[in-house]
Design a protein around this ligand. Structure first.
Ligand code: DC
Length: 207
């Protein structure tokens, strides 16, 4: 069993990079942000608190689709209002406890590339490889805006608020694990980042 943890702020390219690394290594990809987003979406739709919803929610990731209690929410969880709600839900320790427990159960078997904010520090501190991906805030906003077809200035403004909340929340704030390798991707191409991480994994013999 091998776990590759990829953490970092929004827009650093974690999702595309983690997906590609998983494909290259033949590992399964786990998008932990999608789990917080799923909790936030379900809470909004059901008019309930995220903390009461989280423990019972069945979140499945099948290939590129995300299913919550059997329903395909892949597009719905990417909406800006759900991003905002997910960031707030993720600051609640009760939500984190339930979601992290689910993540740990998944990571118990098989080979994974797990992507999020606290994989190397909290979810899987024993991960074989830990990478912390970063990029300049403006570059992250530019990437995110072009990926989602949104206005760059608006994305940057919202990203700043979420970064601030993710980094300063009391419970599991976004920070690199002490033994993580930090990769600043501002001036790297996607292919370079993927090759670098695959090289790091190969260097540990876990491939
Ligand atoms: O990576 P993302 O934008 O899909 O994440 C959505 C929100 O969930 C974001 O505000 C950070 C939070 N999150 C977290 O706190 N811990 C994780 N492991 C993954 C995401």
């Amino acid at each position: 069993m091998t776990v590759v943890a990829i953490d970092g702020p929004a827009g650093a390219g974690k999702s595309t990079v983690a997906r590609a690394v998983a494909e290259r290594l033949g590992f399964t990809y786990l998008d932990t942000g999608a789990m917080y987003r799923s909790v936030a979406l379900a809470a909004r739709e059901r008019g309930a608190e995220p903390a009461t919803i989280a423990p019972a929610l069945e979140i499945q990731q099948l290939g590129k689709r995300v299913l919550v209690d059997g329903r395909d929410v892949t597009e719905a969880i990417r909406k800006p209002e759900v991003s905002e709600a997910a960031s707030r839900a993720a600051a609640d320790p009760a939500v984190r406890e339930a979601v992290v427990a689910q993540q740990r159960r998944l990571l118990e078997g098989g080979d994974w590339v797990a992507e999020g904010r606290d994989i190397g520090s909290v979810v899987a501190p024993e991960a074989d490889v830990k990478v912390f991906l970063t990029a300049d805030p403006a570059e992250r906003a530019r990437r995110r805006a072009s990926e989602l077809g949104l206005d760059e200035a608006t994305v940057l403004a919202e990203q700043t608020i979420r970064d601030q909340r993710d980094q300063t929340r009391e419970h599991s704030p976004l920070q690199a694990a002490p033994d993580a390798i930090t990769l600043d991707t501002t001036h790297m191409t996607f292919a370079e980042v993927v090759a670098r991480i695959a090289g790091i994994v190969a260097g540990t013999g876990h491939h």
